[in-house]
Design a protein around this ligand. Structure first.
Ligand SMILES: Cc1cc2nc3c(=O)[nH]c(=O)nc-3n(C[C@H](O)[C@H](O)[C@H](O)COP(=O)(O)OP(=O)(O)OC[C@H]3O[C@@H](n4cnc5c(N)ncnc54)[C@H](O)[C@@H]3O)c2cc1C
Length: 511
């Protein structure tokens, strides 16, 4: 049956297969292998699976050891497996043509969040005792659009352009500056920090899924070479008191050690390479990246055309899609994604959106011989990264409704005093610092009420990925995945309740 579905797929469409029990991954890998052999080119597969009790690494390896022909598939699965998070995981294989959505959670809840998107459920896995509605594909197949405009060349825009291009869409990426990453995404380094609480609210479940997704997306596009990216680990100190409380509550949850560990001050000192007065959370896969490099790598795809130095001022509908125009130029495409940060408010369709500009500044502290011992990112109220090219990047300040991007000595002083308060050993190691002479960078973040970004369809064919706040490195990728899936009529990477919380429709109802 599956063979017939795969072989008769039409160009530019996708097919979704669900199973209720991931077990050891053989169902997914065999389906992927069959799809690659049978399905016509220009088609794609979404495989949805649930793992209430995920196998250990050793169990997964052992299961595939009995199936030598599947070894090359298993190896690719194992790479992503190291990045798994509780909740929803979205991984790409075969150049993005095969996508696995793996839910590490309760089965019944996961099915209720996704059932309508599944074309057919595998019948081999009645083991879970829960039978989803048996289905033959009835949905009329939505075709992948041929063309899209992405407006804004920061992390959100570049990630959207990248994932659309991986679905075969021809993308024009329009940026008002002469280079990509000229806005908030232009910092010399940013940290990959998953900050979530034990209550597992919608926001926290989103952050977890975004973290897992960001790690696999970065694995795809940027090497951990210590220049563009370092996976040096991230220490979240139990300081101040509110943070200690949050961490204490998290300790009650059983989180996989590859994701996070609870460490005392002695272990924290060992991991960080400098004495820490507090313990806290240790994220082994945390670290830093150079956001402009991420943007450049994401945008360097054959079917992405860059159009710098173009400021879009007007969006209007055409008979076949959308026109985005400026003073003396216009671009047209079937669909459009707005990724302009707080500047989206200048476009009529977004003028009423409650987007807030939030100025932030990072400081570049010159490293000393002693401070070079810092091995991991350390976070408390702010953060500081280990030295690269003899400089530590530390930040970041927060000033609401302030769009000024001049460097301020007072902001450097604030970053320095945060460090003195929470990581005195590092502050001491840096030695005397003249804040008036410090380098750094100021940028403007975009935030919206509720701390969730605004991601999804605003009106037919018009999408946005906005308000990534303080965590764009985490949230830009999964948001691009949400938009791409929606545009192409494919399986969403997140459950219905998180999609609803991300949707710009939540704000439009109140405007
Ligand atoms: C000081 C500071 C430190 C930070 N540290 C971290 C960190 O450590 N980790 C982390 O995850 N996040 C961090 N962030 C947040 C992160 O940088 C942002 O969330 C992220 O960059 C947002 O990306 P974006 O693409 O939405 O916006 P932007 O990067 O601002 O991109 C928007 C782009 O749209 C363009 N544009 C605007 N209007 C138009 C138009 N009309 N036409 C064409 N183009 C237009 C702009 O020129 C800009 O390039 C930090 C932010 C700041 C300011």
């Amino acid at each position: 049956m599956l063979r017939q579905h795969f072989s008769t797929l039409q160009k530019n469409t996708s097919f979704s297969v669900g199973e209720t029990y991931f077990d050891n991954g053989l169902g997914f890998v065999s389906t992927w292998q069959m799809f690659e052999r049978i399905a016509p080119p220009d088609t794609s597969l979404d495989f949805f699976s649930i793992a209430p009790n995920p196998p250990s690494d050793a169990e997964l390896i052992a299961a595939f050891a009995c199936h030598p022909p599947l070894q090359c598939y298993a190896q690719q699965l194992m790479q992503r497996w190291q990045r798994r998070v509780p909740g929803w995981n979205r991984w790409h294989f075969a150049g993005g043509r095969v996508r696995l959505t793996l839910v590490i959670a309760d089965t019944a809840n996961a099915i209720s969040q996704i059932d309508k998107h599944i074309d057919t459920w595998l019948s081999h896995d009645i083991t879970s005792g829960i039978e989803p509605s048996p289905k033959q594909p009835t949905r009329s197949k939505q075709k992948t659009p041929t063309t899209a405009l992405v407006i804004g060349g920061g992390l959100a825009g570049c990630a959207s352009a990248y994932l659309l291009s991986r679905r075969g869409v021809h993308v024009t990426l329009v940026e008002r500056s002469s280079t990509l990453a000229s806005g908030a995404s232009g910092n010399p380094r940013g940290i990959l920090h998953a900050r979530f609480g034990a209550s597992m609210t919608t926001l926290h479940r989103f952050v977890l899924a975004a973290y897992g997704h960001a790690l696999t997306l970065l694995d795809e596009v940027i090497p951990t070479d210590g220049v563009s990216r370092a996976e040096c680990g991230l220490l979240q100190l139990a300081s101040p008191d509110s943070e200690a409380k949050r961490i204490g509550k998290l300790a009650a949850l059983s989180m996989p050690p590859h994701l996070l560990q609870f460490v005392n001050a002695a272990r924290a000192s060992e991991l960080a390479g400098l004495p820490m007065t507090q313990g806290g959370l240790w994220f082994p896969s945390g670290g830093w990246v150079v956001p402009p490099q991420v943007c450049a790598r994401l945008a360097a795809q054959p079917n992405i055309t860059l159009s710098p130095n173009h400021t879009i001022t007007t969006l209007s509908r055409t008979t076949s899609g959308w026109r985005a125009s400026g003073d003396d130029f216009a671009f047209e495409a079937e669909q459009v994604v707005i990724c302009c940060g707080h500047q989206a408010r200048a476009l009529a369709q977004f003028a009423q959106f409650p987007l807030q500009a939030v100025r932030g500044q990072i400081s570049a502290f010159p490293a000393s011989n002693t401070s070079q011992s810092l091995r991991s990112v350390v976070c408390a109220e702010g953060y500081c990264a280990p030295a690269a090219s003899d400089v530590h990047i530390a930040g970041a300040t927060t000033h609401f409704d302030d769009e000024n991007t001049e460097l301020r000595a007072a902001d450097h002083a604030e970053n320095l005093s945060q460090l003195a308060r929470h990581v005195p050993s590092l502050h001491q190691a840096l030695g005397p610092i003249d804040v008036a002479q410090l380098k750094g960078r100021a940028g403007v973040r975009c935030s919206a009420p509720g701390s969730m970004p605004l991601v999804g369809e605003v009106e037919r064919g018009l999408y946005c990925s906005l308000a990534h706040g303080t965590r764009g490195l985490l949230s830009a990728g999964i948001s691009a995945e949400v938009i791409t899936a929606s545009m192409c009529g494919q399986l969403p990477p997140l459950p219905a309740d998180i999609l609803a919380a991300l949707s710009p429709q939540r704000l439009l109802r109140h405007i």
